[in-house]
Design a protein around this ligand. Structure first.
Ligand SMILES: [Zn+2]
Length: 332
């Protein structure tokens, strides 16, 4: 059974740069329309989180700052120039975080839950970053860990989940991050050698895809998912950002929606003994909503091909093939 955490207020919430704020909102609006046409799901209304919940993952001074800027009568930036603040923002932040709390509660009865507006993987404990005012995925992962669950995270958003890595680097959580990388592409983090420390030693996987890689490279990268069942997770969290699509405004990878459908199909196969909580992540293109639904169809075991598959130069495939082989050999 699939549940989607939904509140009509989601249609009006975007923390992105003003230039792409409208695209981000449009993606969420179209997502729910297409989802209602193509998917069978239960709609779950999110609760609102509290300031105390927020304090579990963010420094007090930063939480105070969000509260303060929410009282200002104008729009500004929470960070260097990506993540906006606006009047009344704190209410939206608490609703977004509440979606994760609700997802955790309902996951006792519903195997697969999706939060279209969520997956803010860049946010750090002390500050906002990359359109992400709060780190809802870190919240969920840490809350589940505290309950004694075994958690695996698969993050395929085109940008490296630097915030998530920082929060969870020393935690006993399996983290697989597949993202576009050339050393400069935002946020510029995510070295392959970064494998975790302490309880998290050997559990951090960074898979770097060359910029403009196609579906064939992405499929090659997904081979890394074979390590997930060995970890025996009770929960698999997905940051399913679709901003690697070829028409995305942030220009990163050259994927079609097929890649996200394939991800869904593969996650379905490895989650027979796990609950799944998925997040929409990033997506700033005309096909973003379609790709999100394609992922969910895959998760339900349905193949969908609404676009032609994309291909990459041989060197890109070879590079990622070697990278995956290297990472798989290191797993013990
Ligand atoms: Zn992204």
């Amino acid at each position: 059974m699939l549940g989607i955490v939904w509140d009509d207020k989601f249609k009006e919430i975007a923390f992105s740069h003003p230039m792409i704020k409208d695209i981000a909102k449009e993606r969420i609006r179209r997502f729910i329309e297409i989802a209602r046409q193509k998917l069978n799901f239960i709609e779950i209304k999110p609760e609102k989180a509290t300031i105390d919940d927020l304090l579990k993952i963010h420094d007090e001074s930063y939480v105070k700052k969000i509260e303060e800027v929410s009282k200002l009568p104008y729009i500004g930036f929470l960070d260097g120039g990506d993540t906006i603040h606006y009047p009344g923002m704190i209410d939206d932040v608490l609703l977004v975080l509440g979606a994760s709390i609700t997802a955790i509660k309902y996951s006792r009865f519903i195997e697969k839950i999706y939060i279209p507006l969520g997956g803010f993987h860049h946010a750090l404990r002390q500050r906002a970053m990359g359109f992400c005012p709060i780190n809802d995925v870190a919240f969920t992962a840490l809350a589940l860990l505290e309950k004694g669950e075994r958690v695996a995270i698969i993050d395929v958003d085109a940008h490296h989940g630097n915030g998530l890595q920082e929060y969870l680097y020393d935690k006993s959580i399996l983290k697989i991050n597949i993202f576009a990388y050339d050393g400069k592409f935002f946020p510029g983090t995510g070295k392959i050698e970064e494998r975790g420390i302490g309880d998290g030693k050997g559990l951090n996987y960074n898979v770097q895809l060359p910029l403009y890689s196609g579906d064939d490279v992405f499929e090659e990268a997904l081979r890394i998912l074979e390590i997930v069942p060995d970890f025996n997770p009770t929960y698999i969290l997905i940051v399913g950002g679709v901003d690697g699509h070829k028409d995305d405004g942030l220009k990163s990878l050259n994927l079609s929606c097929n890649s996200y459908n394939l991800l869904g199909l593969k996650v379905r196969r490895i989650s027979l003994n796990s609950k799944v909580i998925g997040y929409g992540g990033g997506g700033y293109g005309k096909m973003s909503s379609e790709c999100m639904v394609s992922f969910l169809l895959g998760l339900e075991g349905k193949r969908e091909e609404i676009e032609a598959k994309t291909f990459s130069e041989k060197e890109k495939i070879e590079k990622v093939k070697n990278e995956i082989n290297l990472l798989l050999q290191g797993f013990s």
